[in-house]
Structure formats: C-alpha cells, structure tokens
Ligand binder design. Sequence first.
Ligand code: ADP
Ligand code: MG
Length: 555
Amino acid sequence: MSKREFQTEVSQLLQLIIHSLYSHPEIFLRELISNSSDALDKLRHLTLVDDTYKALPFTPRIDLELDEEKGTLTIADTGIGMNEEDLVSHLGTIARSGTKNFLAQLSGDAKKDSNLIGQFGVGFYSAFMVADRIEVVSRKAGEEQAWRWVSDGKTGFEIEPAERSVAGTTILLHFNEEGKQYANSWRLREIVKKYSNHIAFPIFLTYDKSEWNEAEKKSEKVRTTEQVNAASALWRRPKNELTDEDYKELYKSISGDSQDPLFWFHTRAEGTLDYTTLFYIPAKAPLDLYQAEYKVGVKLYVKRVFIMDDARELLPQYLRFVRGIIDSEDLPLNVSREILQQNRVLTSIRTASVKKILSELKNVASSQPEKYLEFITQYNRPLKEGLYSDYANRETLLDLIRFKTTKADGLTSLAEIKSRMKEGQKSIYYITGGSESLLRTSPLLEIYKKKDLEVLILDDDVDEIVFSGVDKYGDIDLKAVNKASTGDDLKDEAEPETDKAEALKPLLDKLKATLGDRVKDVRASVRLADSPSCIVSDEDDPSLQMQQMLRAMGQ
Ligand code: ADP
Ligand code: MG
C-alpha cells in the first residue's frame, strides 16, 4: 500500500469545505451521483462510437446501499471508472484553475458557499463533510486491475490494488457525527428526488425495509432494492406534460444552483433540423461570469446521449450565463470538438438558439417588466458585450439593454429615450469614462442640461469600447459628448461668435504654449455653462478612458 499526500490546495480546500459548508451538507449526495452520471455518460458514449468498447457489457445504473447499523453508504456506478493514475490525479489534486477562484470567493456564509461548490467542480471532496473515512474502489473500462483509494480527508490518501468484477466505481462513506442523519432511507430518497430525479440513469436504493409480519405479529427488516429517481430525459417530453416543478428540478440538477431559475425557454424544432433546446436563466449571475475560465452552462446531447458539457461553441460567449440543454437528432454521436467548431448543423442550431433566447427575452421585457428588471440587473453587462461581438443581433440587443440617464432614475430602454426626444432632436447622446457620480457631475453635461437634452450615463467598464462601435439606434445617431464635434443639436452654439474668438486668441495661445505636448489643441467652446474648462477628445481619437483600457489590454 502506498501513502500519498494531498496537494496543498486540496488540504486547504478540504479544511474550508468541512468548516464552512457545515449547514448544508446534503449536497454531498448530489455531487457523488452527478460524478457517477458523468462516468456513465462517458462510457456509454465510448460504447457507441469506439469499437474497443462496443463489445463490453454495459448496464448503466447507480446503486446506493445503506447500512444503517454500521453507519455506511456506498454509491456504486457501472461507468468509465478510474485506474491508479486517474485516482491520484482526480482525487488528490486540483486540476481546474477555477478552483483557486473558488477558494478566494468563499464567503463564510454556508448557504452561499454550498452554491459555489457545484459551480467550481470541487464536488467529490464535499463528501468529507459527512464522512471521516472514504474508500473508493474503481476499475477502468477496458482494464483488468482495480484500485482502492482510502482517505480520512486530512493529510493524504493510500492507494493499493483491489478487485472489482466489472468496470465502474464504488464509493464507500463511513459517516461521521454530522453524516449520521443520512444513514436513513427516507432522507436519502428525499435528497435524490430533490437533486437527481432527472439524472438519465436509474438510481437504486438498497436498505432494510421494516415490514409487518402478520404470522409472527411483529415488524421485521427486509433487505429491499427500489428505484428512487424518474430517470427520464425530461426535456424530450411535450411541454404540456411538464409542470413548473419539473422544470425547476431539472434546472437544479443540471446547474448545481439551489435557487429557482428566473425563467426558461423550451423549444422543439422539427423540419430541416430536429432538435430540442431547453434554456434557463439563473436568478443570480454565475460567480465565474467574468472569469476567462468560466464554466460552460449548456450541455450537448445527441439523441438523448450526453456528448459534452464544456463546448464553448454552443452559444456565443456573451450568453455564457445561460444554462440548459441542446439535444440534436442530426449530429453524429462521435462529434468532436474540432468538428463542432465548423459544423453546419451546430451553427444553425446556435444561430436559431440565440435568436430564440433574445426574442423570448424581449417578450419577457414587454409582458413581465418586473421580472425583466430582475433579469437585466444581473445581465445588462454581458448583453453589452454582445453589441461588440454579435453584429447580426445588434438591434435586438440595443432594445434589451437598459441605461442610466440624466432624465430618469433607475434603468431606461432606448425605446423610451427615443420617445422622449425633443422636437427636431437628431441624435441620442451619451457620456462614458468614469464612475456614475463622476459622469453625472461632469462639466461636459452642462450644455445638454441647459438645452434640456437627455444624456445616457454609461459607467460600465466595457461601455467605452462597446459604444464607440455603435453609431446608430435604428435611424438615430448615437453620439458621445466627450468628443470634440458636438453633433447637430448643438451646432448653433458650437462656435463662439467671431469677435469673442478674436478676443480670446491671446489667452488660447498662451495656454497652448504652456501646456505644450500635453494637448493637441486648445479651443474656445460654448459647451460649458458653469465650468471654465474641460478636456475632450478629437472625433477620431480614442478617449482618455479608452486609451487607458487599450494600454491595459497591451494594445
Ligand atoms: P468534477 O466532477 O467537477 O470534475 P469532482 O471533484 O466531482 O469534480 O470529481 C473530480 C474528478 O474525479 C472527476 O472529474 C472524474 O474525473 C473523477 N471521478 C469522480 N467520481 C468518479 C466516478 N464515480 N467515476 C469516474 N470518475 C470519477
Ligand atoms: Mg463532480
């Protein structure tokens, strides 16, 4: 038997998991079952596409076996399994770099933190919340030798050869004080239903059932095995057979989120292409939304067979907060990542899915404004990224995005702002380049205030870059106030009268000489009402903020 130490990050993580997720430990079962389900998906996929696995016996199932007396539970699957190397690397190190972010984001609030755990893929270790000893016996499909991995979750683990009759993984938990409450068949059934009801494989529970023995007039224990989940690809059932509860349950089981989603869009397309999509919008933006390593939220299935859950091609990046399922009838089962990138079928599904999501969002905006507000407070910023990257849907995105403005509290749509435009007004104006309070008090706004023109306050860090590329909303020009040319609506005031300009010339020359290379020009302007001076950019030059941002991006 060989003894190994955990990677430092693993020990650190275990400490945090055990101590901070204390009040929500039942998720350990969801995590272990989802690992089993992943392992079954992987093997099923291989048996369908790879000749070396086609001949292997494969009866996909997950078995929970409870021993109340000993206080143990096993979770066994007939999935892909792990060999010695896999056990060491999967259950002893943290490969995912996102996990470092996980460590940084733990808040100490047990409820919030337990939500994080599913998102960052530290799932397996959560079992140490309820067990003081875990034994994993696993045999990899296609290999003869099985291996046993044993750990107390403290310093490290031991690994040794073992036996297992078929490929798969068995996880034996020795419950600790905290875990004892789960050595109960009712409790286990309840947790499986709550989190794992729609796992595509049957989950069986074996336990000692109390039965009344009429002859002996007493109850006795009978070892019983029952299936405890529905095990159906729910998204393939017709909408009218599904309840809100069904949808919410499926969402929780695929997303790892414990909150209900804000809303969902379920579509079945038939015709040139056959596919089903079910998209969910999480109530709260995923915590890794702004990380380059964000976890993909949409799973790809082909004819109900799971294919992959980390394909960034399924939806454009700006919709990375969407969770759900794409199930296609037309893709080949052995579709690879490389094929996906330029696959005609997937491109069509993706284009249609984006259109669908955006148009459904538009429906929500008009039919349920309050719901929409909840949505937009979470996702305004990723939608803005879409303005930059999704030219084809720019008009729709402009209608979906909401804005702060000088004329209203809260958030306003461009349609509303358009309807408030003054008689004869030609453009909609916006200001970028700082915090909201800085922008609202900017001297650049003085003239607009004076002329009663509404100005959008764009204070997101992406606004500068995004909106410099958007020059129209429908047939109306969008114009930045911090550019030298002020737009038609101010034209009558853009140039000071000639005699005043003459009078100011000596002063301007002196200022220019003093400032030297630091400025391009010093001009007289009437755009200020109360302040003596301000800095603006030339029409075609990047603004100050943008120059800083481009520098930060290494441009
Ligand atoms: P994640 O599932 O997000 O990758 P986990 O901590 O839950 O993170 O699991 C770590 C890894 O251990 C998995 O990615 C998988 O490779 C392996 N693993 C865990 N459980 C099983 C299992 N039952 N069968 C096969 N591999 C497993
Ligand atoms: Mg997992």
